[in-house]
Ligand binder design. Structure first.
Ligand code: GTP
Length: 300
């Protein structure tokens, strides 16, 4: 019998040694056993003997305690949860120099006599990848500005919010005049670089809340929350001037260009993102047909 016990204890230790995840065994909220797995930042001695209440920040404690209670109520059934630990709340993270939150995927299981087994896997890398993929799906690969799909999502949400709370917002479409001529004269790569330079310039000029997207080949949209039509036209004028004053050195000669801008502002409860963009396009058409290098707003 005692041989069986020591054999199973040996197996248990061996399993912990080969296991990559952080493993805890808890009894009455106290960590009885801790195996750090691959968590290099973790000092097992800090956790062992510690109370869960003292080890976790309040919001995570509430989350974890809920899962522990569910596990205790249903012994043998695995409970899963994900949580992020922030360095400002976890001294060992701070000491290890971590600045970003660390995400964990945890599985919690209780035995019939009230012992809680908790295994937590560091999923930061897959979270980062997930964020990158989501980010890439929302961006124009050439300029790094948001794409049309991301613009529509943000505009629709913000317009609905503005209508609900009686706020204002406006939008501008920026179209580079004679862009195909620049491509023809200097090459496609020059056109690419010019687009990138314009996007960088607008990013520096715009307010943090403004949303910049590539809308078409040589068209950008700048969506301006909490900005009325008049302010939107003034912002359009700043963008027009920025582009007109820009000069891009290039092997085939310095490249300069101008842009036409069409602006529209939110018009009450019947309006919407698509309708605002349609009016901005109509105003852009007027700006272009009047010779370009112009800003045209609503004729209210
Ligand atoms: N360099 C570059 N050119 C592009 C890209 N995508 C589309 N184009 C080109 O951009 C040009 C856009 O042409 P148009 O829409 O007629 O624009 P435009 O020449 O400025 O004409 P107006 O808008 O009427 O002033 C076309 O020649 C496209 O082939 C891109 O990613 N990079």
């Amino acid at each position: 019998m005692s041989q069986d016990v020591s054999a199973s204890a040996g197996r248990f230790d061996a399993l912990l040694q080969v296991n990559r995840d952080l493993v805890l065994v808890l009894k009455d909220g106290v960590v009885e056993l801790c195996s750090a797995g691959e968590s290099e930042w973790l000092l097992e001695s800090v956790l062992t003997g510690g109370r869960l209440d003292d080890l976790l920040p309040a919001d995570i404690l509430a989350l974890v305690s809920g899962a522990v209670e569910r596990a205790l109520a249903a012994p043998g059934q695995v409970q899963s949860l994900q949580y992020a630990l922030r360095p400002e709340h976890v001294p060992v993270f701070r000491e290890a120099g971590l600045r970003e939150p660390t995400w964990f995927d945890a599985r919690i299981l209780a035995s019939a006599d009230g012992e809680v087994f908790w295994s937590a896997r560091d999923i930061n890398d897959s979270k980062k990848l997930q964020r990158k993929v989501t980010n890439q799906a929302q961006r124009d690969p050439l300029t790094g500005a948001y794409n049309r799909r991301a613009l529509m999502t943000v505009m629709e949400q913000t317009v609905a919010q503005a209508q609900r709370y009686d706020w204002v917002c406006s939008v501008m479409i920026i179209d580079i005049d004679d862009f195909s001529r620049i491509n023809d004269q200097h090459g496609w790569d020059a056109g690419d670089q010019l687009l990138q330079q314009i996007v960088t310039g607008i990013h520096k000029l715009k307010r943090t809340a403004d949303f910049l997207a590539r809308y078409g080949d040589d068209q950008l949209v700048l969506f301006l929350p909490e900005t009325n039509h008049e302010q939107g036209v003034a912002a359009g004028e700043r963008v027009r001037r920025l582009i007109a004053e820009m000069e891009m050195p290039y092997p085939t000669g310095d490249i300069a260009c101008t842009a036409s801008v069409g602006v529209s502002g939110l018009l009450g409860l019947e309006d919407g993102a698509a309708a605002m963009l349609k009016r901005a396009e109509e105003n852009l058409f007027v700006a272009r047909s009047s010779g370009g290098n112009r800003v045209e707003g609503e004729s209210l």
